[in-house]
Design a protein around this ligand. Structure first.
Ligand code: PLP
Length: 402
Protein backbone atom coordinates (compact mmCIF):
# COMPACT_ATOMS: atom_id res chain seq x y z
CA UNK A 1 0.00 0.00 0.00
CA UNK A 2 1.41 3.37 -0.96
CA UNK A 3 2.22 5.27 2.25
CA UNK A 4 -0.09 8.27 1.66
CA UNK A 5 -3.07 6.11 0.63
CA UNK A 6 -5.64 4.42 2.86
CA UNK A 7 -6.58 1.83 0.23
CA UNK A 8 -4.70 -1.36 -0.60
CA UNK A 9 -5.15 -1.91 -4.33
CA UNK A 10 -5.90 -5.35 -5.73
CA UNK A 11 -6.25 -8.63 -3.89
CA UNK A 12 -4.33 -9.19 -0.72
CA UNK A 13 -1.67 -11.87 -1.22
CA UNK A 14 -2.54 -14.17 1.69
CA UNK A 15 0.53 -16.39 1.97
CA UNK A 16 0.09 -17.53 5.54
CA UNK A 17 -0.18 -21.31 6.01
CA UNK A 18 -3.89 -21.04 6.75
CA UNK A 19 -6.51 -19.74 6.77
CA UNK A 20 -5.98 -19.90 3.03
CA UNK A 21 -7.69 -17.90 0.27
CA UNK A 22 -11.33 -18.99 -0.05
CA UNK A 23 -12.21 -19.59 -3.72
CA UNK A 24 -15.13 -17.63 -5.17
CA UNK A 25 -17.01 -20.89 -5.77
CA UNK A 26 -16.84 -21.72 -2.06
CA UNK A 27 -17.90 -18.18 -1.14
CA UNK A 28 -20.91 -18.50 -3.47
CA UNK A 29 -21.79 -21.90 -1.99
CA UNK A 30 -21.77 -20.47 1.52
CA UNK A 31 -23.78 -17.41 0.47
CA UNK A 32 -27.20 -19.05 0.95
CA UNK A 33 -30.40 -18.11 2.70
CA UNK A 34 -30.58 -19.82 6.08
CA UNK A 35 -32.30 -23.20 6.07
CA UNK A 36 -33.78 -25.35 8.85
CA UNK A 37 -30.99 -27.42 10.40
CA UNK A 38 -33.63 -30.04 11.32
CA UNK A 39 -35.29 -30.00 7.89
CA UNK A 40 -35.05 -32.46 4.96
CA UNK A 41 -32.85 -30.28 2.73
CA UNK A 42 -30.22 -29.98 5.45
CA UNK A 43 -30.11 -33.75 6.02
CA UNK A 44 -29.15 -34.17 2.35
CA UNK A 45 -26.37 -31.59 2.65
CA UNK A 46 -25.01 -33.28 5.79
CA UNK A 47 -25.09 -36.78 4.34
CA UNK A 48 -23.26 -35.58 1.24
CA UNK A 49 -20.62 -33.86 3.40
CA UNK A 50 -20.16 -36.89 5.66
CA UNK A 51 -19.60 -39.15 2.64
CA UNK A 52 -17.49 -36.60 0.77
CA UNK A 53 -15.06 -35.94 3.59
CA UNK A 54 -14.30 -39.69 3.80
CA UNK A 55 -12.87 -39.50 0.28
CA UNK A 56 -10.46 -36.78 1.42
CA UNK A 57 -9.25 -38.70 4.47
CA UNK A 58 -9.25 -41.90 2.33
CA UNK A 59 -11.29 -43.83 4.85
CA UNK A 60 -14.36 -46.03 4.92
CA UNK A 61 -14.89 -45.38 8.61
CA UNK A 62 -16.89 -42.51 10.12
CA UNK A 63 -15.61 -38.95 10.06
CA UNK A 64 -17.01 -36.51 12.60
CA UNK A 65 -17.53 -32.87 11.67
CA UNK A 66 -17.28 -30.36 14.51
CA UNK A 67 -18.35 -26.74 14.54
CA UNK A 68 -15.05 -25.74 16.10
CA UNK A 69 -11.56 -24.88 14.92
CA UNK A 70 -8.80 -27.48 14.81
CA UNK A 71 -8.05 -27.05 18.50
CA UNK A 72 -11.51 -28.43 19.27
CA UNK A 73 -10.83 -31.52 17.17
CA UNK A 74 -7.51 -31.99 19.03
CA UNK A 75 -9.46 -32.02 22.28
CA UNK A 76 -12.07 -34.40 20.87
CA UNK A 77 -9.38 -36.86 19.74
CA UNK A 78 -7.93 -37.01 23.27
CA UNK A 79 -11.12 -36.90 25.35
CA UNK A 80 -12.96 -39.56 23.34
CA UNK A 81 -10.20 -42.15 23.51
CA UNK A 82 -8.34 -41.65 26.80
CA UNK A 83 -8.85 -41.63 30.57
CA UNK A 84 -7.44 -39.41 33.33
CA UNK A 85 -3.79 -40.20 34.09
CA UNK A 86 -3.19 -42.07 30.80
CA UNK A 87 0.30 -41.72 29.39
CA UNK A 88 0.64 -40.38 25.84
CA UNK A 89 3.77 -40.13 23.70
CA UNK A 90 4.02 -36.77 21.92
CA UNK A 91 6.67 -35.44 19.55
CA UNK A 92 7.60 -31.77 19.81
CA UNK A 93 8.25 -31.11 16.14
CA UNK A 94 7.47 -27.43 16.75
CA UNK A 95 4.92 -25.06 18.27
CA UNK A 96 1.86 -27.14 17.36
CA UNK A 97 3.42 -30.35 18.68
CA UNK A 98 4.11 -28.43 21.88
CA UNK A 99 0.55 -27.02 22.09
CA UNK A 100 -1.07 -30.45 21.66
CA UNK A 101 1.13 -31.78 24.44
CA UNK A 102 0.15 -28.84 26.69
CA UNK A 103 -3.51 -29.56 26.00
CA UNK A 104 -2.97 -33.21 26.98
CA UNK A 105 -1.47 -32.05 30.29
CA UNK A 106 -4.38 -29.68 30.95
CA UNK A 107 -6.81 -32.55 30.34
CA UNK A 108 -5.12 -34.67 33.01
CA UNK A 109 -3.04 -36.89 30.72
CA UNK A 110 0.66 -37.62 31.27
CA UNK A 111 2.67 -36.81 28.17
CA UNK A 112 6.07 -38.33 27.56
CA UNK A 113 7.76 -36.00 25.09
CA UNK A 114 10.19 -36.76 22.28
CA UNK A 115 12.08 -33.49 21.90
CA UNK A 116 13.42 -32.34 18.52
CA UNK A 117 15.40 -29.32 17.35
CA UNK A 118 12.24 -28.06 15.55
CA UNK A 119 14.11 -28.57 12.27
CA UNK A 120 13.11 -32.16 11.51
CA UNK A 121 10.00 -34.33 11.29
CA UNK A 122 9.07 -37.23 13.54
CA UNK A 123 11.77 -39.93 13.74
CA UNK A 124 9.89 -43.27 13.63
CA UNK A 125 12.95 -45.04 15.14
CA UNK A 126 12.72 -42.85 18.24
CA UNK A 127 9.00 -43.64 18.55
CA UNK A 128 9.81 -47.35 18.31
CA UNK A 129 12.55 -47.02 20.95
CA UNK A 130 10.23 -45.22 23.41
CA UNK A 131 7.48 -47.79 22.88
CA UNK A 132 9.86 -50.73 23.33
CA UNK A 133 11.02 -49.16 26.60
CA UNK A 134 7.39 -48.98 27.80
CA UNK A 135 7.40 -52.55 29.10
CA UNK A 136 4.09 -52.21 30.98
CA UNK A 137 2.32 -50.73 27.96
CA UNK A 138 1.35 -47.62 29.88
CA UNK A 139 1.43 -45.39 26.81
CA UNK A 140 -2.11 -45.35 25.48
CA UNK A 141 -1.63 -43.09 22.46
CA UNK A 142 1.08 -41.73 20.19
CA UNK A 143 0.26 -38.15 19.11
CA UNK A 144 2.08 -36.79 16.06
CA UNK A 145 1.58 -34.10 13.46
CA UNK A 146 1.57 -35.05 9.79
CA UNK A 147 2.67 -31.52 8.95
CA UNK A 148 4.17 -29.21 11.59
CA UNK A 149 2.84 -25.83 10.51
CA UNK A 150 5.21 -23.80 12.67
CA UNK A 151 8.36 -25.11 10.94
CA UNK A 152 7.29 -26.74 7.67
CA UNK A 153 8.16 -30.39 8.34
CA UNK A 154 6.05 -33.24 6.92
CA UNK A 155 6.39 -36.54 8.78
CA UNK A 156 6.20 -40.13 7.57
CA UNK A 157 2.97 -41.37 9.16
CA UNK A 158 3.14 -44.82 7.54
CA UNK A 159 6.62 -45.06 9.11
CA UNK A 160 5.25 -44.17 12.55
CA UNK A 161 2.58 -46.87 12.15
CA UNK A 162 5.32 -49.38 11.27
CA UNK A 163 7.31 -48.29 14.32
CA UNK A 164 4.33 -48.89 16.62
CA UNK A 165 3.76 -52.32 15.08
CA UNK A 166 7.47 -53.20 15.20
CA UNK A 167 7.47 -52.44 18.92
CA UNK A 168 4.40 -54.70 19.29
CA UNK A 169 2.72 -51.87 21.16
CA UNK A 170 -1.08 -51.43 21.44
CA UNK A 171 -1.04 -47.60 21.65
CA UNK A 172 -3.50 -45.72 19.48
CA UNK A 173 -2.07 -43.53 16.71
CA UNK A 174 -3.49 -39.98 16.74
CA UNK A 175 -2.44 -37.77 13.84
CA UNK A 176 -2.92 -34.05 13.28
CA UNK A 177 -3.50 -33.45 9.55
CA UNK A 178 -4.65 -29.85 9.94
CA UNK A 179 -2.10 -28.34 7.54
CA UNK A 180 -1.66 -31.37 5.27
CA UNK A 181 -5.18 -32.65 4.55
CA UNK A 182 -6.22 -32.07 0.95
CA UNK A 183 -2.79 -30.75 0.02
CA UNK A 184 -0.45 -33.66 0.86
CA UNK A 185 -1.35 -37.31 0.37
CA UNK A 186 -2.94 -38.72 3.52
CA UNK A 187 -4.27 -42.29 3.72
CA UNK A 188 -6.18 -42.86 6.92
CA UNK A 189 -7.13 -46.52 6.51
CA UNK A 190 -4.03 -47.67 4.62
CA UNK A 191 -1.69 -46.10 7.17
CA UNK A 192 -3.62 -47.50 10.12
CA UNK A 193 -4.28 -44.19 11.85
CA UNK A 194 -6.79 -44.37 14.71
CA UNK A 195 -7.85 -40.73 14.96
CA UNK A 196 -6.97 -38.04 12.44
CA UNK A 197 -7.57 -34.42 13.35
CA UNK A 198 -8.36 -32.09 10.45
CA UNK A 199 -9.33 -28.47 9.92
CA UNK A 200 -11.35 -26.66 7.26
CA UNK A 201 -9.31 -23.52 6.74
CA UNK A 202 -6.28 -24.92 4.92
CA UNK A 203 -6.37 -27.49 2.09
CA UNK A 204 -10.17 -27.63 2.11
CA UNK A 205 -10.24 -23.89 1.29
CA UNK A 206 -13.03 -22.95 3.74
CA UNK A 207 -13.14 -20.22 6.34
CA UNK A 208 -12.06 -21.31 9.87
CA UNK A 209 -14.68 -22.80 12.18
CA UNK A 210 -15.01 -26.44 11.13
CA UNK A 211 -12.84 -29.40 12.10
CA UNK A 212 -12.82 -33.17 11.86
CA UNK A 213 -12.01 -36.45 13.57
CA UNK A 214 -11.54 -39.40 11.20
CA UNK A 215 -11.90 -42.60 13.22
CA UNK A 216 -10.84 -46.25 13.14
CA UNK A 217 -12.72 -49.23 14.62
CA UNK A 218 -10.04 -49.39 17.34
CA UNK A 219 -10.62 -45.72 18.19
CA UNK A 220 -14.37 -46.36 18.38
CA UNK A 221 -13.74 -49.26 20.78
CA UNK A 222 -11.50 -47.04 22.91
CA UNK A 223 -14.27 -44.43 23.05
CA UNK A 224 -16.54 -46.97 24.79
CA UNK A 225 -14.25 -47.13 27.83
CA UNK A 226 -12.58 -43.71 27.79
CA UNK A 227 -13.28 -41.72 30.95
CA UNK A 228 -12.10 -38.19 30.22
CA UNK A 229 -15.09 -35.84 30.48
CA UNK A 230 -16.63 -34.76 27.16
CA UNK A 231 -19.92 -33.24 26.20
CA UNK A 232 -19.87 -30.94 23.16
CA UNK A 233 -17.12 -33.10 21.62
CA UNK A 234 -18.66 -36.49 22.41
CA UNK A 235 -18.44 -38.81 19.39
CA UNK A 236 -21.42 -40.90 20.60
CA UNK A 237 -24.01 -38.18 20.28
CA UNK A 238 -22.61 -37.09 16.94
CA UNK A 239 -22.57 -40.55 15.41
CA UNK A 240 -26.14 -41.18 16.52
CA UNK A 241 -27.50 -37.95 15.13
CA UNK A 242 -25.37 -38.04 11.96
CA UNK A 243 -27.06 -41.31 10.94
CA UNK A 244 -30.18 -39.33 10.04
CA UNK A 245 -28.22 -36.36 8.64
CA UNK A 246 -28.39 -34.12 11.69
CA UNK A 247 -26.24 -32.89 14.56
CA UNK A 248 -26.87 -32.89 18.33
CA UNK A 249 -26.80 -29.08 18.24
CA UNK A 250 -26.94 -26.30 15.64
CA UNK A 251 -23.92 -26.88 13.40
CA UNK A 252 -22.28 -24.28 11.15
CA UNK A 253 -24.91 -24.94 8.51
CA UNK A 254 -23.52 -22.74 5.75
CA UNK A 255 -20.03 -24.15 6.23
CA UNK A 256 -21.41 -27.54 5.18
CA UNK A 257 -22.50 -26.11 1.82
CA UNK A 258 -18.97 -24.74 1.50
CA UNK A 259 -17.44 -28.08 2.45
CA UNK A 260 -19.37 -29.88 -0.27
CA UNK A 261 -18.19 -27.31 -2.82
CA UNK A 262 -14.56 -27.51 -1.65
CA UNK A 263 -14.62 -31.31 -1.89
CA UNK A 264 -16.17 -31.14 -5.37
CA UNK A 265 -13.42 -28.75 -6.50
CA UNK A 266 -10.69 -31.03 -5.14
CA UNK A 267 -12.10 -34.01 -7.05
CA UNK A 268 -12.56 -31.98 -10.23
CA UNK A 269 -8.86 -31.15 -10.13
CA UNK A 270 -8.05 -34.72 -9.02
CA UNK A 271 -6.43 -35.35 -5.64
CA UNK A 272 -3.16 -36.48 -7.21
CA UNK A 273 -3.04 -33.27 -9.23
CA UNK A 274 -3.75 -31.28 -6.07
CA UNK A 275 -0.79 -32.95 -4.35
CA UNK A 276 1.45 -32.47 -7.40
CA UNK A 277 0.54 -28.76 -7.54
CA UNK A 278 1.42 -28.31 -3.88
CA UNK A 279 4.74 -30.12 -4.38
CA UNK A 280 5.52 -27.99 -7.44
CA UNK A 281 4.79 -24.68 -5.70
CA UNK A 282 6.74 -25.81 -2.64
CA UNK A 283 9.79 -26.78 -4.69
CA UNK A 284 9.65 -23.47 -6.61
CA UNK A 285 9.59 -21.63 -3.28
CA UNK A 286 12.54 -23.62 -1.92
CA UNK A 287 14.52 -22.97 -5.11
CA UNK A 288 13.90 -19.24 -4.62
CA UNK A 289 14.90 -19.32 -0.95
CA UNK A 290 18.06 -21.31 -1.64
CA UNK A 291 19.00 -18.97 -4.50
CA UNK A 292 18.60 -15.99 -2.17
CA UNK A 293 21.11 -17.73 0.10
CA UNK A 294 18.67 -18.01 3.02
CA UNK A 295 18.18 -21.04 5.27
CA UNK A 296 15.07 -23.19 5.25
CA UNK A 297 14.07 -24.11 8.81
CA UNK A 298 13.42 -27.77 7.94
CA UNK A 299 16.83 -29.38 7.50
CA UNK A 300 15.72 -32.75 6.21
CA UNK A 301 14.77 -32.68 2.51
CA UNK A 302 12.72 -35.87 3.02
CA UNK A 303 10.47 -33.85 5.34
CA UNK A 304 10.17 -30.66 3.32
CA UNK A 305 6.58 -29.50 3.64
CA UNK A 306 4.45 -29.24 0.50
CA UNK A 307 2.28 -26.60 2.18
CA UNK A 308 4.66 -24.04 3.66
CA UNK A 309 8.31 -23.06 3.75
CA UNK A 310 9.74 -21.44 6.89
CA UNK A 311 12.65 -19.13 6.11
CA UNK A 312 15.32 -18.12 8.62
CA UNK A 313 16.63 -14.58 8.33
CA UNK A 314 20.32 -13.84 8.97
CA UNK A 315 21.28 -12.70 12.49
CA UNK A 316 20.44 -9.06 13.10
CA UNK A 317 17.37 -9.08 10.83
CA UNK A 318 13.99 -8.96 12.55
CA UNK A 319 11.48 -11.24 10.83
CA UNK A 320 8.48 -9.45 12.35
CA UNK A 321 9.72 -6.10 11.03
CA UNK A 322 10.26 -7.77 7.65
CA UNK A 323 6.70 -9.09 7.60
CA UNK A 324 5.36 -5.65 8.49
CA UNK A 325 7.40 -4.03 5.71
CA UNK A 326 6.22 -6.60 3.14
CA UNK A 327 2.60 -6.09 4.18
CA UNK A 328 2.83 -2.33 4.00
CA UNK A 329 4.60 -2.17 0.66
CA UNK A 330 3.48 -5.28 -1.21
CA UNK A 331 0.15 -6.20 0.41
CA UNK A 332 1.41 -9.71 1.21
CA UNK A 333 1.09 -11.65 4.47
CA UNK A 334 3.40 -14.43 5.70
CA UNK A 335 3.04 -16.69 8.70
CA UNK A 336 4.46 -15.44 12.01
CA UNK A 337 7.25 -17.09 13.99
CA UNK A 338 7.06 -19.02 17.25
CA UNK A 339 9.05 -20.26 20.21
CA UNK A 340 12.75 -20.69 19.63
CA UNK A 341 12.46 -19.03 16.21
CA UNK A 342 10.36 -16.08 17.39
CA UNK A 343 11.37 -12.97 15.42
CA UNK A 344 13.88 -14.97 13.38
CA UNK A 345 11.83 -16.55 10.63
CA UNK A 346 8.82 -16.02 8.42
CA UNK A 347 6.69 -18.72 6.85
CA UNK A 348 5.60 -18.65 3.21
CA UNK A 349 2.33 -20.52 2.78
CA UNK A 350 1.78 -22.28 -0.55
CA UNK A 351 -1.39 -24.22 0.17
CA UNK A 352 -5.01 -24.24 -0.74
CA UNK A 353 -6.34 -22.37 -3.75
CA UNK A 354 -2.92 -21.11 -4.89
CA UNK A 355 -1.70 -21.41 -8.47
CA UNK A 356 1.58 -20.84 -10.28
CA UNK A 357 0.72 -17.26 -11.18
CA UNK A 358 -0.08 -16.19 -7.63
CA UNK A 359 3.01 -18.02 -6.36
CA UNK A 360 5.26 -16.21 -8.86
CA UNK A 361 3.76 -12.94 -7.63
CA UNK A 362 4.45 -13.92 -4.04
CA UNK A 363 8.06 -14.92 -4.74
CA UNK A 364 8.66 -11.70 -6.69
CA UNK A 365 7.15 -9.59 -3.91
CA UNK A 366 9.21 -11.46 -1.32
CA UNK A 367 12.41 -10.84 -3.26
CA UNK A 368 11.64 -7.13 -3.45
CA UNK A 369 10.67 -6.94 0.22
CA UNK A 370 13.88 -8.71 1.29
CA UNK A 371 15.92 -6.17 -0.65
CA UNK A 372 13.91 -3.27 0.69
CA UNK A 373 14.47 -4.59 4.24
CA UNK A 374 18.22 -4.69 3.60
CA UNK A 375 18.47 -8.47 3.98
CA UNK A 376 21.59 -9.57 2.10
CA UNK A 377 20.38 -11.88 -0.68
CA UNK A 378 21.47 -12.95 -4.11
CA UNK A 379 18.96 -11.51 -6.59
CA UNK A 380 17.17 -13.90 -8.96
CA UNK A 381 15.45 -16.26 -6.52
CA UNK A 382 12.03 -15.61 -8.01
CA UNK A 383 13.52 -16.39 -11.44
CA UNK A 384 14.98 -19.65 -10.05
CA UNK A 385 11.47 -20.51 -8.81
CA UNK A 386 10.00 -19.69 -12.23
CA UNK A 387 12.67 -21.77 -14.01
CA UNK A 388 11.66 -24.72 -11.86
CA UNK A 389 7.96 -24.19 -12.57
CA UNK A 390 8.67 -24.07 -16.28
CA UNK A 391 10.72 -27.26 -16.27
CA UNK A 392 8.21 -29.14 -14.11
CA UNK A 393 5.17 -27.98 -16.07
CA UNK A 394 6.86 -28.59 -19.45
CA UNK A 395 7.83 -32.13 -18.48
CA UNK A 396 4.25 -32.68 -17.23
CA UNK A 397 2.89 -31.38 -20.54
CA UNK A 398 5.32 -33.61 -22.49
CA UNK A 399 4.24 -36.68 -20.50
CA UNK A 400 0.57 -35.85 -21.10
CA UNK A 401 1.22 -35.59 -24.86
CA UNK A 402 3.01 -38.97 -25.03
N1 PLP B 1 -2.50 -28.08 14.51
C1 PLP B 1 -1.89 -27.56 13.44
C2 PLP B 1 -0.89 -28.37 12.70
C3 PLP B 1 -2.19 -26.26 13.03
O1 PLP B 1 -1.58 -25.73 11.96
C4 PLP B 1 -3.14 -25.51 13.75
C5 PLP B 1 -3.47 -24.14 13.33
O2 PLP B 1 -2.92 -23.59 12.43
C6 PLP B 1 -3.76 -26.10 14.86
C7 PLP B 1 -3.41 -27.38 15.20
C8 PLP B 1 -4.79 -25.36 15.63
O3 PLP B 1 -5.92 -25.22 14.84
P1 PLP B 1 -6.95 -23.98 14.99
O4 PLP B 1 -6.13 -22.75 14.98
O5 PLP B 1 -7.85 -24.15 13.81
O6 PLP B 1 -7.66 -24.18 16.29
Amino acid sequence: MVKNSSRAVGRHALHIPGPTPVPDRVLRAIDQPMIDHRGPEFAKVTKKALEGIKTIFKTNHPVIIFTATGTGAWEAALTNTLSPGDKVLTVETGQFGLLWKKMAEKLGLKPEVVETDWRHGVDPNEVEKRLRADKNKEIKAVCVLHNETSTGALSDIAGVRKAIDAAGHPALLLVDTISSLASADYRHDEWGVDVAVGGAQKGLMLPPGMSFNALSPKALDASKTSKLPKSFFSWDDMLNMNKSGYFPYTPGTLMLFGLNEGIAMLHEEGLDNVFARHNRLAEATRRAVKHWGLDIICQDPKCYSPTLTAVLLPDGHDADAFRALALENFNISYGASFGRFAGKMFRIGHLGDVNETSMIGALGATELALQMAGVPIKKGGAQAGMDYLLSDMSSGARKAAE
